[in-house]
Design a protein around this ligand. Structure first.
Ligand code: GAR
Length: 205
């Protein structure tokens, strides 16, 4: 079983989907911990319900980003994870973390990368007037929402969509998409060569 560590900042619905899939055997792993950068985040209540240890590391408690990143790395290493899943983790990972876990950190982003990196990806999609949106699971590099793409799921954008309705449509696809990607990783099915990840194909849904 792979040891899965989750990084999250808020609601934690993707974390919940991963935990559920671990519990019912779709993912050959166990969620060993949650690291969260906001106390009071809903994901912490979820972790408590799962009886999974959580650690809160808030930026404001550290003098600078270097010290914050060191604390995050120390906490992450303490869980000896095989895989780190960023699930609504709204920060760019420090290079120290990315370098300590090469090709072992994955993220879900609510857009079809490389379009619409960064915050408010769904709003960016609405504003750009695209007709197809979706989500991407990718290995984490040191840049913003970059790194080899594992899988993507597309959803339509309708004429009367708002940021909220589009976000909700994408989110319902994020959960199964993330679960399939984590399952493939934990089954050692993914092979990375440069920007290319093989072993999993995208679904059109
Ligand atoms: C999800 O839509 C996720 O794709 C997005 O935040 C939301 C978290 O929801 N992540 C990013 O925008 C990362 N750049 P959740 O906390 O319920 O999983």
């Amino acid at each position: 079983k792979k040891r899965i560590l989750i990084f999250a900042s808020g609601r934690g619905s993707n974390a919940e989907a991963i935990h559920e899939a671990v519990m019912d055997g779709r993912i050959n792993g166990e969620v060993v911990g949650v690291i969260c950068d906001h106390k009071g985040a809903q994901v912490l209540e979820r972790a408590a319900r799962w009886h999974v240890p959580s650690v809160v590391i808030e930026k404001k408690d550290y003098p600078d980003k270097v010290a914050f990143d060191e604390a995050l790395l120390r906490a992450a290493v303490s869980f000896t994870p095989d895989l780190i899943c960023l699930a609504g983790y709204m920060r760019i990972c420090g290079e120290n973390l990315v370098n300590a876990f090469p090709h072992r950190i994955i993220n879900i982003h609510p857009a079809l990368l490389p379009s619409f990196r960064g915050l408010h990806a769904q709003r960016q999609a609405i504003e750009a007037g695209v007709k197809v949106a979706g989500c991407t699971v990718h290995f984490v590099g040191t840049g913003l929402d970059d790194g080899p793409i594992i899988t993507q799921t597309a959803v339509p954008v309708y004429d009367n969509d708002t940021e909220e309705t589009l976000s909700a449509r994408i989110l319902t696809r994020e959960h199964p998409t993330y679960v399939r990607a984590v399952a493939a990783f934990c089954a050692d099915k993914l092979t990375i060569s440069g920007n290319h990840v093989s072993g999993m194909h995208s679904e059109e849904e």
